[in-house]
Design a protein around this ligand. Sequence first.
Ligand code: BDR
Ligand code: CA
Length: 310
Amino acid sequence: RLPIIIDCDPGHDDAVMLMLAVGSNRFDIKAITTSAGNQTQQKTLTNALKIMNLLGADIPVYKGSEKPLFRELIIADYVHGEMGLDGPVLPEPVRKHEPVSAIEAMANILRESQEKITLVPTGPLTNIATLLLAYPYLKPKIERISLMGGGAFRGNITPTAEFNIYVDPEAAAIVFNSGVPITMCGLDVTHKALVFQEDIDRFRALGNQTGNVFADLMDFFSIYYRSERPELEGGAALHDPCAIAWLIDPSMFTLKPCYVAVEVTGQLTAGTTVVDFFDVLKKTPNVDFVYDIDRKRYIDLIYEAVCGLP
Ligand code: BDR
Ligand code: CA
């Protein structure tokens, strides 16, 4: 089982990412750390604890930064609602978060681990950048960063920027420049990783608790996509599970190694990932840029994971 640390901001698609990570039985999940993004740190932390509670998973959860490195926090309540995970009614979590910060916890895990660890960030990159800045000597202990963020040919918060990168561009720049191998699942692939009503019905028909929560989450999440993203023809973009699914079965994806830089100052383009897809700059690629997916296999993979959960 692949040792990983997940850094997330649940978040509807983050919650499904956690279902896939736990339910696949393919990972040794050392920790879950939370980023401020879809909602405030307090809310994403509570949501992560609630999902772990639902999944009956015995994994420690750590609280991350409250704010981006230099900027005020921007949230996505217009997608994820007032609690960041609106839709299902989830019981209050039994277990609390650990009394150590996310950054300290990640550093301790990396330091003490015999094997290299893969980081899976699916929110703004504030915590990961802070870790890399504070503990540069731990970089060799990181196998890879498999993240959801950015895009080459589209944005979702500005015409060219994706939400996770836009919230904390300076953090993203630190991560993309770090020299650690990166797999980037941006909007190019995640806007093809669609979940439709017939998929949601299939999960609800499972009859287990997690299947019902999946369906309640996706019913709420789909409201935004159906009204604001008509080009997706009724589908909702299930972004974050891509970062986990690629680790489980890269054969369902298409990627190209590319040089990627993050724009931090552009007046129109702050928070954009500049992906040199056509190798104009002739620079050494720093990112495995994922841009296509077999959607059916992806949904089936999540379905199988949810089948085995409570
Ligand atoms: C990303 O932003 C968040 O709203 C989602 O959880 C995903 O991580 C998509 O742009
Ligand atoms: Ca997210």
